[in-house]
Each structure stands twice: as C-alpha cells, then as structure tokens.
Design a protein around this ligand. Structure first.
Ligand SMILES: Cc1ncc(COP(=O)(O)O)c(C=O)c1O
Length: 402
C-alpha cells in the first residue's frame, strides 16, 4: 500500500467511535435508559408480567401506566377494534391524501370536535406529532409570530416551536406575572401564541388556565393547550381541564392524545374549522404520513363514548390518587403535593432513583420507572406514580409500605 493510501485510511472518520462516545456520555451522566420487559395481560390491569430471563415471567403491579383508566383493556373498546379489523383490515393503506378518509376517521374527528365543544378536529399519528406538526405550522402561517412557551412544556411542543422558526419566549413555569411581562413587551398587533399544558405530566400540577385566558384576551394572543394528561379525566364529560375550568370557548386550539386515558394510540387537535383546515392543508406531520389504522380509530371512538359517560370512574380515579398521597405522607415519603392523578415522589439523584425503582420491581414486584434528566431537571429525579381507578386499597398500602 502506498504512503498516501495508508494516511488516508488512518485519517478516515471513525463513525463507530462517535456512537460509542454518545452512549458513554449518557452512561457517565447516569441516565442510560434500560427498559423492563413487561407484557400487559388483557383483563388484569394493573397487573402485568415481568420477563426476567427467557420464558420465566413474574407477576407484577404496574404503577406508572399512562393508560390511566385501564381503557386499553376495556371489552367494548377491544370488541370495536376486532370488528374494525374484520371489516377494514389492518392498516389505513396510506396518508389521507392517498387513501382518503375512512368513515371511522371522520366519525372520530366529529366525536372529538363535539367532545371539546369545537367546530372541527384533526387526527395525527400521535400526540407528539400533533404538537410538533401544529405548532411548527402555526408559526409559519402567522407572520412575525411570537410563541410564548411555558418552561416545562413537553419536548414535542419545544420541537414544534423550534421547527416553526418563529421567535420563542419562555415564561417561568405557571408564572402568569412573568407571562404578562413578556406579553406586555410585544406590540399589541403582533401575532402571539401562548402554548402550555393543562396538567404537567412530570409534576402533576395544573396550569392557571383562566388567568392565562384573561391575559390572552388582554394582549390579543391565541391560546394553545396540550391536554394530553387531562383528556378522559377532568370535566363533567371528561374532555379535560378546559371543560372543568369553564374556559373551553377561550382556548383556540386544544391538543390531545388517544394513547393515554383513551387507551389506544394517536393524537389530535380540536379548533375552529378554518384553523383545522389550514393545519390539514399545510402541516407536513399530517400530510406526509400514513394515517392511523381504522381499528385504532374504532377503539378510540368507543373509548371516548364510554369515557364521556364515566363520571363515577373519574371520581374513583381521583379518590385513589388521594388515598395514595395520604398513605405516602403517612410513611413520610417526600411527594410533590398536587391535586391531580399524578403522584411524583422526589428522589433527587439519578443513581438512587434507578436503584429504588429496581428494588421495588425485583423485591416487591411493583413497577414504577425512574424518571431522570432530560425528562426532568437534574437533581429532581423522581418516581412518577399514576394510580388508576383499578388499583385497590390493598395495592396502595403495598406500594406505600414497600
Ligand atoms: C405533555 C405531553 N404531550 C404530548 C405527549 C405525546 O403524546 P403521545 O404519547 O400520544 O405521542 C406526551 C407524551 O408523554 C406528553 O407527556
């Protein structure tokens, strides 16, 4: 080999090293993620099976599911999905542009719009995509738009805002005085979107929705709320915190998921007809991807119809969350005090957080995954407990004692 060829090989970019380094860095920061091998057992929620090695499976109780109401195993939902597979097959067959609308997609969008008291709704493949596609498109439609984003907003909202290339202003979490300060610094006639969540998934706290709507009206801003952790759970018909707090008409765009309390998968927005039509026409995340399979639409539709009538289940859900908080307080476990269904236990160190989670799983058959940076700020690592209406008092006592 010539001298030149040898140096060329030696100087070659070593792709593999960069992947190894990336993983090493994550390990050094003690935030390397390992997923437990868990299979849910239909009809036994919140019980599941942990696969330790090979075929061996251990019975466990799941304490961190976002299938908040156990709707993923509701017999009516399952039946609707089975029927849709029989009737329409597995997949949607393409984007809405290519394959058109199935009747199920249309019925689900009508149901969602009606549930949220809006003119129209639009389905996406996930809650993540709904946020990313809608916020990125809003920033392009509105000239010189400024998006004011709560500092604890979900990664999907942050990505959407970034891709919009609109100016971004971050307001301190749930601090309406700071939000007002930022709004007041902008010309009244400049387009503004206030983007926030109704229930913050990692802290379990609610947004001051009414005050945010007051500010939006005062400063001529649009409102965009992520109700991903609230749909199915709050308000008389379960459509979310906007319904509970009586501000649905004052929110311009409500975003939600079909993958948490609704128990299936997919995402959506609900808003005025012209907003939905503009996003439908311009958002890449809607246009260029295969739409959700008809069976998911069928399952979600059944689930929403069930949840709209399930105020007793919602009351039971809140009762269980309060019972868990009471038991944890009694055992002097440091929880973040909230009044929602999310009960975060603060650990404050990534290694300890992982260790406690492992111990609970392997010694007590209780599954709650560790939550580390970047999902939460460093030093606030936690266990995020989400009791469902199907967790029993005995299960709550077991968890608190463990
Ligand atoms: C606040 C928030 N918004 C959006 C999403 C994304 O929803 P999905 O899981 O349907 O993609 C999540 C997911 O955890 C979330 O916590």
């Amino acid at each position: 080999m010539s001298y030149f060829k040898i140096t060329a090989v030696q100087n070659m970019f070593r792709y593999s090293d960069h992947f190894d380094n990336a993983i090493d860095n994550v390990r050094k920061e003690k935030r390397y993620r390992e997923f437990a091998n868990i299979t849910r057992t239909c009809g036994q929620f919140p019980k599941a099976k942990l696969h330790v090695s090979g075929e061996c499976a251990v019975d466990i109780t799941v304490w961190c599911s976002n299938d908040y109401m156990g709707m993923g195993q509701n017999p009516d939902v399952l039946q609707a999905m089975k029927q849709a597979v029989e009737d329409y097959g597995a997949g949607a067959g393409g984007t809405r542009n290519i394959s058109g609308n199935t009747l199920l997609h249309i019925h689900l969008e009508q149901e969602l719009a009606d549930w949220h008291g809006k003119e129209k709704a639009l389905l996406f493949t996930s809650g993540f995509v709904s946020n990313e596609a809608t916020l990125s498109t809003l920033g392009k439609i509105l000239p010189e738009c400024v998006i004011l984003s709560d500092e604890n907003n979900h990664a999907s909202m942050i990505d959407g805002i970034r891709y919009s290339r609109a100016q971004k202003m971050i307001w301190r979490h749930n601090d309406v005085s700071h939000l007002e300060e930022l709004l007041a610094s902008l010309p009244l006639d400049r387009p503004k979107v206030i983007a926030f969540e109704s229930v913050y998934s990692m802290g379990g706290d609610f947004a001051p929705m009414k005050q945010i709507c007051d500010l939006a009206e005062k400063y001529n801003a649009m409102t965009y709320v992520d109700e991903v952790h609230a749909v199915g759970l709050y308000g008389q018909s379960g459509s979310g915190v906007a319904e509970r707090d009586g501000v649905r008409d004052r929110i311009d765009i409500i975003e939600g998921t079909l993958g948490k309390a609704i128990g299936v998968s997919g995402g959506y927005i609900a808003a005025n007809a012209n907003i939905i039509d503009a996003i439908r026409s311009l958002a890449s995340g809607f246009i260029f991807t295969t739409s959700i399979p008809p069976c998911l639409a069928a399952g979600a539709l059944e689930s929403i119809r069930f949840l709209r009538k399930s105020q007793t289940l919602r009351q039971q859900h809140q009762k269980r969350a309060e019972q868990l908080r009471t038991e944890l307080r009694r055992k002097r476990i440091p929880i973040i005090e909230t009044t929602s269904h999310i009960v975060p236990v603060i650990i404050g160190d990534p290694e300890r957080c992982k260790k406690i989670s492992d111990n609970l799983l392997h010694q007590n058959a209780l599954y709650v995954q560790p939550i580390n940076y970047p999902t939460v700020p460093k030093g606030t690592e936690r266990l995020r407990l989400t009791p469902s209406p199907l967790h029993t008092e005995e299960m709550i006592n077991d968890m608190a004692s463990a």
